[in-house]
Design a protein around this ligand. Structure first.
Ligand SMILES: [Zn+2]
Length: 300
């Protein structure tokens, strides 16, 4: 095979890997968006009721300066009510994303290995991880709500008006947006969380194989549509780099070093892996792993 032909074949294989990831993650993303949507919807219903119930009191005695704090206190009780259930629902989706990622990566390495992800360590880790992610999502909701309160007070809006704005904003967190390229919060969260779980599990496979002394390289691939941003394109342009080398931070404001995608909240990039040399590939093929390996589902 000529070099050009070999390169074309390799590029075609990469496109297959990206398409397979998209096909696999699309329904999981929809499931996760529903989890986030239900989370926001439940919170909105309670918020609306509590704002109405406490309206008379908040309207007169707590307004003005105290309203922000009163709303924060109210929101925190709402967060407590739904965090555990939402985190549990999220965990089942992420578990499926991770299991699929491990299967995909093992296929790509052509490596026969049985694995277990449904072990107590992985379950426990994911439980804590999901609860923390839900808390971060709630912290953002609180920030947005406080912003609405202070903006309303600044404009001299009435309590009723501020309360209505808060509820309307909450409703928008999970409502499908008519233009496809604009995504609501629930969809953004779903893209990030399923991508993060999928990529973290894929990396765990690469790390497991690297521990056998097999040199691994990685590469970041964008989905290739017109929504891909410059930061992700710069990482893709690095082509193949050693497993432990972070991707470039050249175009990032925060300069956070990423070991794998997703690189930001709406990122859909795919990190792919390969054995670095032909000799190491033969070595890996000769060293099957008959005992099941426990994966720990560590997301970082
Ligand atoms: Zn990206």
């Amino acid at each position: 095979m000529t070099l050009a032909l070999a390169e074309a074949a390799a590029a075609a294989l990469v496109r297959v890997e990206v398409a397979r990831r998209e096909l696999f993650l699309a329904p999981l993303r929809a499931r996760m968006a529903r989890v986030a949507g239900v989370h926001f919807d439940n919170q909105k219903t309670v918020l609306e009721r509590k704002l109405r119930e406490r309206g008379a009191h908040l309207n007169e005695s707590v307004c003005r300066e105290g309203l922000g704090d009163a709303v924060a206190g109210l929101m925190i009780t709402i967060f407590d009510e739904f965090a555990v259930d939402s985190a549990d629902a999220m965990r089942t989706v992420l578990m499926d994303a991770m299991e699929g990622a491990i299967k995909h990566r093992l296929l790509d390495f052509g490596y026969a290995m049985s694995f277990s992800l449904r072990n107590p360590t992985a379950e426990k880790y994911l439980k804590t991880y999901c609860l923390n992610e839900i808390k971060k999502i709630d912290a953002t909701s609180l920030k947005i709500m406080k912003g609405i309160v202070y903006q309303g007070l600044f404009e001299g809006a009435s309590y009723t008006e501020i309360a209505a704005r808060m509820v309307a904003r909450y409703a928008a967190f999970g409502t499908p947006v008519p233009q496809h390229h604009l995504r609501n919060r629930a969809e953004l969260i779903a893209t990030y969380e399923t991508g993060q779980a999928y990529e973290a599990a894929g990396r765990e496979v690469a790390d497991t194989i690297a521990k056998k002394g097999i040199p691994i390289e990685k590469s970041s691939i964008t989905v290739g549509d017109d929504r891909v941003d410059a930061e992700c394109l710069a990482k893709e342009a690095q082509k193949w780099i050693p497993l432990t080398q972070p991707f470039t931070t050249d175009l990032q404001k925060d300069k956070v070093e990423h070991q794998h995608s997703p690189f930001h909240i709406a990122c859909r990039c795919n990190t792919i892996y390969r054995v670095a040399t032909k000799r190491a590939r033969a070595m890996l093929a000769r060293s099957p792993n008959p005992a099941p390996v426990e994966f720990y589902a560590i997301i970082k």
